[in-house]
Design a binder for this molecule. Structure first.
Ligand code: ZN
Ligand code: FE
Length: 242
């Protein structure tokens, strides 16, 4: 049975993702910036959160951990490399580890760059990727604790995933990302068409995530960068872009 996934808007532009497996009745919350909206969304469906998965230590991804644990006794899984910065971390994971909801298994991939220990959760069989602050729609995370070479390597891994892989990033940055993307590839027709749709959605107050690897491969200047140098130039360009 397919996993059910719910998007919960939080803070200014964060998305908390709720994963539910009807077969086992288990529920996981990914990157809860806040506890209340996640608990309320679960409760509204009669679900109980049993696990928290964190992609990295930033407070807008872990701020809800303690409240969710207090309310539900959930187990917190996140990057072992960031244990010192995630006070609520119980199970530390890294490259090669797996996490599980019911019978559905996700591979943990280390994707350093935004933070040094950032991980993503990849359900290869289910074709789902919870990408935290590493991959956004037409964007990637800022390089706070890592290098362009590391982030470029992450992009190459994502680019190698199957087209239909659905990507659940943690922020609604799509409009700004797309505007920057158009400065890089003003003649990319897939990008032009996508931005028309993104503008329509945002004007209507709707979300633009999740996305897919196919769409990102066609439109993201970061997934489309062909060298570390080109990637680094684009990342620096986006940092300065207003
Ligand atoms: Zn972050
Ligand atoms: Fe974030």
């Amino acid at each position: 049975m397919a996993l059910e996934i719910r998007r919960i808007p939080a803070l200014t532009d964060n998305y908390i993702w709720l994963i539910h497996d009807a077969a086992s009745g288990e529920t996981v919350v990914v990157d809860p910036s806040e506890a209340e909206p996640a608990l309320a969304a679960a409760e509204a469906r009669g679900w109980t959160i049993g696990q928290v998965w964190n992609t990295h230590w930033h407070p807008d991804h872990t701020g809800g951990n303690a409240g969710i644990v207090a309310a539900t006794g959930a187990i917190v899984t996140g990057p072992e490399a960031e244990r010192a910065r995630i006070a609520t971390l119980q199970r530390g994971v890294g490259e090669g580890d797996t996490v599980q909801i019911g019978d559905h298994v996700a591979q943990v991939l280390e994707t350093p760059g935004h933070t040094a220990g950032h991980v993503v959760f990849h359900f290869a069989d289910d074709r789902l990727l919870f990408s935290g602050d590493t991959l956004f729609a037409m964007g990637c995370g800022r390089l706070f604790e890592g290098t362009a070479a590391q982030m470029f390597a992450n992009m190459r891994r994502f680019a190698g995933m199957p087209d239909e892989t659905v990507v659940y990033g943690a922020h609604e940055y799509t409009l700004s990302n797309g505007r920057f993307a158009l400065t890089v590839e003003p003649d990319n027709t897939a990008l032009i068409e996508r931005m028309a749709e993104v503008e329509r959605l945002r004007d209507a107050g709707e979300a633009t995530l999740p996305t897919t690897i196919a769409l990102e491969r066609a439109t993201s200047p970061f997934l489309r960068a062909e060298s570390i140098k080109e990637f680094a130039e684009r990342r620096a360009g986006k940092d300065a872009f207003r």
